[in-house]
Design a binder for this molecule. Structure first.
Ligand code: HEM
Length: 395
């Protein structure tokens, strides 16, 4: 028996589907949207152990290509740390970490604040709007453009290609063309930055040298793609899911307005409660192994449900209650082990600025529909709403 992680029941309430799975067994055979079968780990302790298990690997993985792309394009978007095992992973992560430093992230604070203010200005007076379209979606892509040093005049094109690359559903057919266009643009941007380096992450990644080592062209371009994909929709949904929970229990919105010191722990609670990355990226069992007493043969696709692990009652008292001051077991929303999210400090900073902006500017923010009318997006990677219609957009 396999459990379907798509379809109307799942999209109405993914938490309920995972709750039932978690209670039933620690590992489930699931069918992914394309019909691929995977073994899904659902409980917290097993999830944490699986994410650090060296028998679960990336490198032997040759998944069917999701898109029909020329070989050179495919190669220059996939040579990044998230698809690598040690020692390649260690090397790539070390080189990129040398440039993606806490100081560089902190230096973005004033620009993120200004970009947030621009979006809030544009929303002010609209009356009603989709908070995802007008705010949660555009902010992270603007921040990544800033981080990478995409020139102002190219940002609109960069944004529209990125949207097509990451968008699911009906526009998926356009994705390969957008990847090719974005790939061409990234090559051009690398050439420009090589000639005239700026004070940005891409210039720093081009320049980085560590013990005689450096990033190759393929690795540079692949890392740009990784940052774009890993940093965009994830952050969109941290913002949107958090606003959704605050507005669906509006006392929590008022609580956070009154007690801003709760914002850091509230952000961690949003990450736990509605983990934007629903399941880890796939791993393959390089050898047979046992997880939670379940034997998994070699060569199987294994995934960890971060969303489910973070709701495990064995680790979190009253897991389905949103507690803005919750402390205790850290969540797994940024993963665990060697692939732990490199962008976590940036995501937290963006969320801090975004929530502060919304709470300050639109104290009367409300949803215009009931939670039962909202739908979660299809797919097992990202956990986020299709839309979040709100009103009260007047300062
Ligand atoms: C890896 C979550 C934002 C860059 C990961 C992983 C998770 C995650 C779960 C590990 C996946 C796995 O092990 O299969 C999130 C969430 C975010 C977020 C929930 C926002 C709320 C960002 C941002 C960036 C970023 C803003 C950078 C701009 C990365 C990179 C990796 C990664 C480079 C790969 C690390 C490695 O393989 O060593 N992220 N991420 N992420 N994330 Fe994030």
């Amino acid at each position: 028996m396999t459990t379907a992680l798509h379809g109307p029941v799942f999209r109405a309430d993914p938490h309920a589907v995972y709750r039932a799975m978690r209670e039933e067994a620690p590992v489930h055979r699931v069918e992914l949207a394309g019909g691929v079968e995977a073994w899904l780990v659902t409980r917290y302790d097993d999830a944490k152990a699986a994410l650090t298990d060296p028998r679960l690997v990336k490198g032997v993985l040759h998944p069917p290509r999701r898109m029909d792309l020329p070989d050179d394009v495919h190669s220059s978007i996939t040579h990044h740390m998230l698809s690598a095992d040690p020692p390649d992973h260690t090397r790539l992560r070390r080189l990129v970490s040398a440039t993606f430093t806490p100081r560089r992230i902190e230096a973005l604070r004033p620009r993120i604040t200004a970009l947030t203010a621009e979006l809030l200005d544009a929303m002010d007076g609209l009356g009603a709007a989709d908070l995802i379209e007008t705010f949660a979606f555009p902010l992270p892509i603007a921040v990544i453009s800033e981080l990478l040093g995409v020139p102002m005049e190219d940002r609109e094109a960069f944004r529209s290609w990125s949207n097509l690359v990451t968008s699911p559903g009906d526009r998926r057919a356009e994705a390969p063309r957008a990847v090719i266009a974005l790939h061409g643009y990234v090559q051009e941007l690398i050439t420009q930055k090589r000639k005239a380096p700026g004070d940005d992450l891409l210039s720093a990644m081009i320049a980085v040298r560590e013990g005689g080592d450096r990033l190759t062209e393929e690795e540079l371009s692949s890392t740009v793609f990784l940052l774009l994909i890993a940093g965009h929709e994830t952050t969109v949904n941290l913002i949107a899911n958090g606003v959704y929970r605050l507005l669906s229990e509006r006392d929590r919105w008022e609580e956070l307005r009154a007690r801003r010191e709760l914002l850091p722990s509230a952000i961690e609670e949003f990450l736990r409660f509605d983990s934007p990355v629903q399941t880890s990226t796939v791993r393959i069992s390089a050898q047979p192994l046992t997880i939670g007493g379940v034997d998994i043969p070699a060569g199987r696709v294994v995934m960890v449900s971060l969303l489910s692990a973070n709701m495990d009652g064995a680790r979190y008292p009253d897991p389905e209650q949103l507690r803005l001051s919750r402390t205790g077991t850290p969540h797994l929303a940024f993963g665990h082990g060697i692939h732990y999210c490199l962008g976590a400090p940036l995501a937290r900073l963006e969320a801090q600025i975004a929530f502060t902006g919304l709470l300050d500017r639109f104290p009367n923010l409300r949803m215009t529909v009931s939670p039962a009318e909202l739908t979660w997006r299809p797919g097992t990677l990202i956990h986020g709403l299709e839309a979040l219609p709100v009103t009260g957009l007047t300062s």
